[in-house]
Design a binder for this molecule. Structure first.
Ligand code: PLP
Length: 363
């Protein structure tokens, strides 16, 4: 079966370098917040094009700590999308703010600026655009609306390492941004990891306090903080993976172009928007479940990220009912096909053939 993602293939592709980095970090005697984390933070900040990167334990914490550090009013409303990892919203509620979930654009799967315009009703709100599947949200409109309504923008870049918007890397456009280094991400560790990036000295300093008990000086808690640190081993591994990120993303884009050409005239299949870094390659099909089953029978894995939008998840059942028709329809017909840089030409070919065969049979 050709998998939809394959972190083991990513490790194998860079195994010698990664093993060397693991040996170096292991032999150093520093395991928490040492030279590897410091070097990775500097390298990732330079890559994104911002002044600061603060390594944290995972992407959920990265969103939470970015919100805590960047949004001065506890309890403020945070606007985001329902079509995301539950983590985006969990991070907002955990930080003590109120999530306000909006609909997405029909052809782009990201925050609908018209819905945002209607939702940003009071100063002091914040907005968390999610660059879903590696496709940048409509940042020009989002930044303009946020500036007009004095809202803070915190990008959720967990799926979009290296994507570009407005001539810059995503993560450099708002007040702060959150990244996840979960193993299957475009930049993935061999365990959990995350980072907050920002140009603001204040926000970076606050995230540094929040990630370690509120300490600036050891054993003195200046503010209420907790523990959310990126460890040295993961930082050492991420430094290797970062060197390959642009080439890996280029390969994802090449595979996406190949899929686009193979599926362009297929009945029932809607192609994804172009222009991102294809964390996922996501098509739409009116008989999605049948297509997924047919692909499985042909040896091609396909997955549904996400089958249940956040506003319909049991955990959010006590929130006022919401109707988000574009999101709800999208959850019914989206299908993510195999997408990772190490897919071989033969595997890409096999996916193209299987999708063509299965979609034609479903006509
Ligand atoms: C859009 C989005 N936000 C946040 C997260 C949370 O990241 P993590 O799993 O590292 O906590 C993820 C990853 O699952 C994600 O895809």
């Amino acid at each position: 079966m050709i998998a939809t993602a394959n972190p083991l293939a990513s490790y194998r592709a860079h195994q010698t370098e990664i093993d060397d980095a693991i040996r170096r970090a292991t032999a150093s005697g520093w395991y928490i917040l040492g030279p590897e984390v410091e070097a990775f933070e500097a390298e990732f900040a330079a890559y994104i094009g911002v002044k600061h990167c603060v390594g944290v334990a995972n992407g959920t914490d990265a969103v939470r700590l970015a919100v805590q550090a960047a949004v001065p009013f506890r309890g403020a409303e945070g606007v985001t999308v329902s079509m995301s990892a539950t983590a985006t919203v969990a991070a907002i509620t955990e930080a003590g703010w109120q999530p306000l979930l909006l609909d997405i654009l029909p052809d782009e799967y990201t925050l609908d600026p018209a819905a945002l315009e209607a939702a940003l009703t009071a100063p002091g709100m914040f907005v968390v655009p999610v660059h879903l599947y590696g496709h940048p949200a409509r940042m020009e409109a989002i930044l303009r609306l946020a500036a007009e309504r004095q809202a803070t923008v915190i990008e959720d870049c967990a799926q979009a390492h290296g994507a570009m918007a407005l001539g810059r890397r995503v993560g450099s456009l708002g007040a702060a941004a959150a990244f996840s280094f979960y193993p299957t991400k475009n930049l993935g560790a061999l365990g959990d990891g995350g980072a907050v990036v920002t140009d603001s000295d204040d926000i970076a300093a606050r995230v540094r306090l929040l990630r370690m008990y509120g300490w600036r000086t050891r054993y003195v808690s200046e503010i209420h903080g907790s523990n959310s640190r990126l460890d040295e081993l993961q930082a050492a591994i991420l430094r290797v993976k970062l060197r390959h990120l642009d080439a890996d993303n280029a390969r994802r884009m090449y595979i996406a172009d190949t899929y686009n050409a193979a599926f362009a005239d297929l009945p029932g299949v809607r192609l994804p928007p172009t222009g991102g870094v294809y964390h996922q390659y996501t098509i739409r099909h009116p008989k999605r479940d049948a297509l997924r089953d047919a692909l499985a029978a042909l040896g091609v894995g396909a997955s549904v990220l996400y089958p249940v939008p956040i506003h319909l998840q049991p955990a959010y059942a006590d929130s006022p009912p919401l109707s988000l028709p574009v999101t709800e329809q999208f959850a019914k017909d989206l299908l993510c096909l195999p997408m990772y840089p190490e897919l071989t030409a033969a595997e890409v070919d096999a996916v193209c053939t299987a999708v063509r065969q299965a979609a034609t049979a479903l006509e």
